[in-house]
Write a protein that binds this ligand. Structure first.
Ligand SMILES: NC(=O)c1ccc[n+]([C@@H]2O[C@H](COP(=O)([O-])OP(=O)(O)OC[C@H]3O[C@@H](n4cnc5c(N)ncnc54)[C@H](OP(=O)(O)O)[C@@H]3O)[C@@H](O)[C@H]2O)c1
Length: 321
């Protein structure tokens, strides 16, 4: 069941927990409402109980608040540092490559003694230094043992290929590229990212694997719920009346398969992602309730048949995926 993180020796479960939901107040609140620490601790606990072994956070998620909330939860659950895998990200906006090293102590402080197993460049733009310099700095930190592995996020196929070659010349493999992938967002199949990742042995970490909740079907079942969402989330994820109508056949199919197994549409959507693309794709669904994290973890046990995988492939294409 475990997957290898790129060409590193790090083993991860095919489902990790996305921790953007733990950002507290700030920019992310335009997407997800702030959670109190006891809720965060319950969500993290449900993920651990369900067998999830790794967590994705970032400096940008509340300027360290997500990192701190996650590790506070791990402490409260008495999880020994080093026994779970933690991925975080450096925020490039307005900074030079040297800030990766300079901000590492702040990351370590926010993570409260839990090591950085994977450090990622959050996006390939916004920095005052070229990406090549950022990668050299990341490689230096990896060689010094300050971060376990190096990854990138939102990189194109060409950017990934260049990053892999440059890091390789520094003696460090490019472990992963974190990009958006779901049954409603399959751009990686068309833009070369999936093929390149497969060829180079790089793991794709799928973010927004539930299309920010659309694939759970809760909004199709009760469209009035959309009105209660923050405006940015409502408008950016296809939750308007036309969007919901377009994706309804896919939600119906996920629901029908789910009912046959006694699981939710969300679990079917996650199971499809970690199986359809083979070993290359792992997922990091976010959760704001323990039950959601429990369901996400249980998706690892759901084995869809080849026929079901193909059927969802087909319906998703027809719904714009
Ligand atoms: N690298 C990047 O640029 C980038 C960008 C975006 C996200 N990410 C990462 O990817 C992670 C996941 O992405 P995401 O949060 O955007 O989207 P997502 O995982 O597709 O959706 C998460 C949301 O879906 C709903 N949900 C989850 N499980 C559910 C279930 N079983 N039943 C009903 N609803 C359920 C919850 O919404 P409610 O909270 O409304 O209940 C939850 O907050 C983030 O936490 C973050 O770590 C990275």
């Amino acid at each position: 069941m475990m997957r290898r993180l790129g060409a590193t020796g790090v083993g991860i479960t095919p489902v990790g927990l996305g921790c953007m939901q733990f950002s507290g107040s700030g920019l992310v609140e335009r997407f997800y409402r702030a959670l109190d620490q006891s809720t965060v601790t319950s969500v993290v606990g449900a993920a651990l109980d369900g067998g999830i072994t790794w967590f994705d956070t970032a400096e940008m998620y509340g300027r360290g608040r997500s990192e701190r909330a996650l590790t506070t939860a791990l402490r409260e659950r008495e999880v020994v540092a080093g026994s779970v895998t933690i991925a975080t990200k450096w925020a490039p906006a307005g900074r030079t490559a040297a800030s990766i090293g300079r901000t590492l102590d702040a990351r370590v402080a926010s993570l409260q003694g839990y090591p950085i197993d994977l450090h990622q460049i959050h996006m390939p733009y916004g920095s005052l230094s070229p990406v090549s310099r950022q990668l050299v700095e990341m490689a230096r930190l990896a060689r010094a043992g300050r971060v376990g592995a190096v990854g990138v996020s939102n990189f194109s196929a060409r950017q990934m290929e260049k990053a892999n070659a440059l890091l390789g010349s520094e003696g460090v493999p490019l472990a992963s590229n974190q990009v958006q992938i779901s049954l409603l967002h399959r751009t990686v199949e068309r833009n070369g990212v999936l093929d390149t990742a497969r060829r180079l042995g790089i793991t794709l970490i799928a973010y927004s694997p539930l299309r920010s909740g659309v694939l759970t079907g809760v909004f199709h079942a009760d469209p009035a719920r959309v009105r209660s969402l923050p405006w940015v989330r409502r408008t950016m994820t296809g939750l308007g009346a036309r969007g919901l109508a377009r994706t309804a056949p896919l939600i119906d199919e996920l629901g029908a398969i789910g009912r046959a197994y006694g699981v939710s549409a969300a679990q079917v959507a996650l199971s499809w992602l970690i199986r359809f693309y083979g070993e290359t794709v792992v997922v990091i669904p976010g959760a704001s309730k323990p039950q959601q994290a429990k369901e996400s973890a249980a998706a690892m046990q759901l084995d869809l048949t080849d026929r079901e995988l193909a059927r969802l492939d087909d319906v998703s294409r027809r719904c714009g995926g």
